[in-house]
Design a protein around this ligand. Structure first.
Ligand code: HEC
Ligand code: HEC
Length: 264
């Protein structure tokens, strides 16, 4: 009798443990799925912030590209045709990670997207001397891949709000011009951008007056933007785009100069 009871209790215990394991297992699976979704959302958010700091200057805030500088990363062409064009066998995610990690020495479309000279796109992975870790580059890739639905279904992307455009303050408007024309991709201004292809402009309002004998700060800045080859800052190559005179309207240029002169 006693032995039978022990067997019964033992079996019961085993059954209860089994049930508990199954229940925990199910919720665990659900928990993991939820965790994965959460992680993915987080990666996209991190990627968005990194993209804004590092990539926006050349590829645009929403990856729409900047004509004459760098290609769109948010259009149907990029998601459906591009891999065939370059003959890439792997996935788009791998292509993005590989291209971003190593950068690109020369553009494959130099007539349309020449980039910043040589290299056309800087190296980003810290494994090759760039500023970003692998997990950060993976987060940026997740952010870019997140554009696929809108790109492939051809949904019109909402046009960017231009809050500073309404501003009465030329300096605030000038910052918007600085951001919209790709200056941020190559120049650092503390609190605004972190490009490193060209000189840091955080104090350019002061240094501009000392650059070229006979030119005031404003004259020098105007020349730097409209005819960048006239004076090339020591230690840098002549990589400024040469067509800002055609692409930046006179009003915007005036605001841009006000913004740069205020950097002290
Ligand atoms: C200085 C300008 C510049 C910056 C900054 C820049 N890129 Fe690029 N990027 C380019 C150019 C130029 C190309 C080459 C286009 C080509 O080969 O046709 C390119 C190519 C790419 C490609 C491949 C596109 C394709 O169609 O093959 C990806 C993906 C990419 N960049 C992502 C990024 C990301 C992510 C960042 C930020 C971490 C970044 N880029 C920053 C200029 C830039
Ligand atoms: C593709 C990279 C690139 C872009 C985009 C770019 N610049 Fe430059 N910029 C440079 C480089 C490199 C230099 C240094 C060589 C030279 O003096 O031309 C430079 C120099 C300058 C200078 C002179 C700085 C000094 O210390 O004397 C100013 C001012 C300037 N850029 C403003 C701008 C503005 C404003 C924009 C956007 C309208 C812009 N840049 C866009 C690369 C760039």
């Amino acid at each position: 009798m006693r032995v039978q009871l022990q067997i019964f209790l033992g079996t019961l215990l085993l059954a209860v443990t089994g049930v508990i394991l199954v229940v925990v297992g199910f919720t665990e699976e659900e928990r993991m799925a939820r965790f994965e979704r959460y992680q993915k959302a987080q990666a996209i958010e991190v990627g968005a912030a990194l993209f804004e700091i590092n990539c926006r200057g050349c590829h645009g805030l929403r990856g729409e590209g900047i004509p004459g500088l760098a290609p769109p990363l948010n259009d149907a062409y990029f998601f459906t045709e591009r891999l065939n064009e370059v003959g890439w066998q792997g996935s788009l995610e791998d292509y993005i990670i590989a291209t971003v990690s190593t950068g690109r020495q020369v553009s494959t479309r130099p007539d349309r997207y020449p980039g910043a000279g040589t290299p056309a796109m800087p190296t980003w992975s810290d494994r090759f001397g760039g500023p970003l870790r692998d997990d950060q580059i993976e987060a940026i890739a997740a952010f870019i891949l997140n554009w696929e639905t809108t790109a492939v279904n051809g949904v019109e992307l909402a046009t960017l709000p231009a809050p500073a455009q309404e501003s009465d303050d030329p300096v605030a408007r000038g910052q918007a011009v600085f951001e919209a024309n790709g200056c941020v991709g190559c120049h650092t201004i503390e609190g605004v951008s972190s490009g490193t292809v060209g000189p840091n402009l955080t104090k350019i309002g002061e240094t501009a007056a000392e650059r070229v004998d006979g030119l005031t700060a404003e004259e020098y800045l105007r020349e730097s933007i409209l005819t960048p080859s006239a004076y090339v800052v020591e230690g840098y190559d002549d990589l400024m785009p040469k067509n800002f005179g055609d692409t930046i309207p006179a009003d915007d240029l005036a605001d841009l100069l006000a913004f740069l002169l205020a950097q002290k």
